[in-house]
Design a protein around this ligand. Sequence first.
Ligand SMILES: Nc1ncnc2c1ncn2[C@@H]1O[C@H](COP(=O)(O)OP(=O)(O)OP(=O)(O)O)[C@@H](O)[C@H]1O
Length: 258
Amino acid sequence: MSTTNNPPAAGTQVLLRGEGITRRWGGLVAVSEVSVELVRGTVHAVIGTNGAGKSTLINILSGEIPPSAGRVELLGQDVTGWTQPRRARAGLGRSYQRNTIYPSFTVLENCRLAAQARHPRPWRLWEDAAACPDSGPAAIEVARRTGLAEVADRPAGLLSHGQKRQLEIAMCLATAPQVLLLDEPLAGMGAEETERMLALLAELRSDHAILLVEHDMDAVFRIADRITVMVNGRVMASGTPAEVRANPEVQAAYLGGH
Ligand SMILES: Nc1ncnc2c1ncn2[C@@H]1O[C@H](COP(=O)(O)OP(=O)(O)OP(=O)(O)O)[C@@H](O)[C@H]1O
């Protein structure tokens, strides 16, 4: 399993496109005319100092907050006015900085609940999740794919920090997304957990377009195919890791040694 950088090939398939995304909070421009393209088979990292606008951008792309200006396109459709659940059903998955798992439910139960969001059956709200014909196999598959098969029957609250983050990705995958928006999946991880997560991302890259917001620069430069650097809501640079690393403005403002 390789985590090396693979520049996007010609004839690439853009799954998610943000065009001229701007978000104002009162007088503050948190995100200013940011454009980004997520291509199937690639990891696109967004880096920047605290308060640069990375989470705001991810929240706009996922549909949690509307942009003040700009446009979001998912699989060729304009989804700017769509809610987050509607975008999720259309193939957009995201993970959060915070834990969103149910600690007293097992790993598989958490995955099943996430999978059920794909086939909502509100008239069967109280049905045993285990009885759902679609979500059971999907839960087993995502637990296996994310390396959680051995702890599938363990209450999620008893998992290690790294395993909890893997479970969040598993729950995201259970909704069968084509695009993954990952907000700091490596936060708080030790070296071994980081390696496991990078291997997982490298494996998921083959059939997804991944946006990665991450502060761990070593990890970003190992896994990303493209990097966008944000400073004060604006894009300072965007390109391959080599291009970004060589950019003197980025070096001075942000990287210092990377
Ligand atoms: N709901 C909000 N109301 C007002 N201002 C906000 C809100 N959310 C974010 N901001 C401001 O927008 C700017 C961008 O914040 P954002 O969280 O997107 O940055 P970030 O790059 O994700 O930072 P971090 O790396 O610390 O998570 C910051 O100045 C922040 O204080």
